[in-house]
Ligand binder design. Structure first.
Ligand SMILES: C[S@@+](CC[C@H](N)C(=O)[O-])C[C@H]1O[C@@H](n2cnc3c(N)ncnc32)[C@H](O)[C@@H]1O
Length: 218
């Protein structure tokens, strides 16, 4: 699952993952993160998601990371924003109003370039990556965001029934990636209507990841 795979998907318009409206699990469960008003939310592997429109409409500042320039150009256009583009070595930063997106490989993004974020929203990012890349992505994301709390949507299905992406990521895997940094709390689990593209039953889980140093104890 290299960069060329995703660039080709965007060039061919094969973007079945793109949802026609803001994700209902985001709009329902983001309050569980208890972000302050006007918080800065990081959306890794953001595509041109309408979730970003929704986050901006709630008054959040949004910062994204996305490989595809096609996606980011379309995202700004759909929002009626004209981005100011700044080259930053391997990345380009697109900025307008309260939206900033780094175009390029997230692994090239540094904490200094990203700046402070209050929370992370991961929909179809961790599960877009194969197992060989996931641990590196997860630890990079923690370092990048200085372990900011996350709202994370995961997908579970029998991986012998269908090849990813999206990949199945169950609780055991999630704990391998994040349990040393966060308290993991599953706030919802629901079956995917019609299964995973009709191939097999699937379930979506919504997790909140709270930094361990902030977890309240007795
Ligand atoms: C499954 S899509 C999800 C997009 C978005 N989160 C959504 O919900 O519509 C995964 C996205 O990650 C991007 N991507 C994949 N690998 C990446 C990487 N290493 N760095 C930045 N973006 C990446 C792809 O171009 C694609 O747009």
């Amino acid at each position: 699952m290299d960069e060329a795979f995703w660039q080709t998907k965007w060039e061919r318009g094969e973007i079945g993952f793109h949802e026609p409206c803001p994700n209902a699990l985001l709009t329902r469960y983001l309050p569980a993160l208890r972000l302050p008003a006007g918080a800065r939310v990081f959306v890794p592997l953001c595509g041109m998601s309408l979730d970003i429109h929704w986050l901006l409409a709630q008054g959040y500042a949004v910062v994204g990371s996305e490989l595809s320039r096609i996606a980011v150009t379309r995202l700004f256009a759909a929002l009626g924003l004209v981005p100011h583009v700044t080259p930053l070595g391997a990345l380009d930063r697109f900025e307008a109003g309260k939206l900033c997106v780094f175009v390029g490989n997230i692994l090239d993004l540094t904490p200094t370039q990203l700046g402070a974020v209050d929370g992370v929203y991961d929909r179809a990012a961790l599960i877009a990556l194969p197992a060989t890349m996931r641990a590196a992505y997860a630890s990079h994301l923690v370092a990048l965001t200085r372990a900011a709390p996350q709202l994370l949507i995961c997908l579970e299905y029998d991986p012998s029934r269908r090849a990813g992406p999206p990949f199945a990521v169950d609780e055991t895997m999630l704990r391998q990636y994040y349990a040393t940094t966060f308290t993991l709390n599953r706030v919802a689990r629901q079956s995917v209507p019609g299964g995973l593209k009709g191939a097999c039953p699937a379930w979506e889980s919504v997790w909140t990841l709270t930094p361990l140093q902030y977890a309240t104890g007795p």
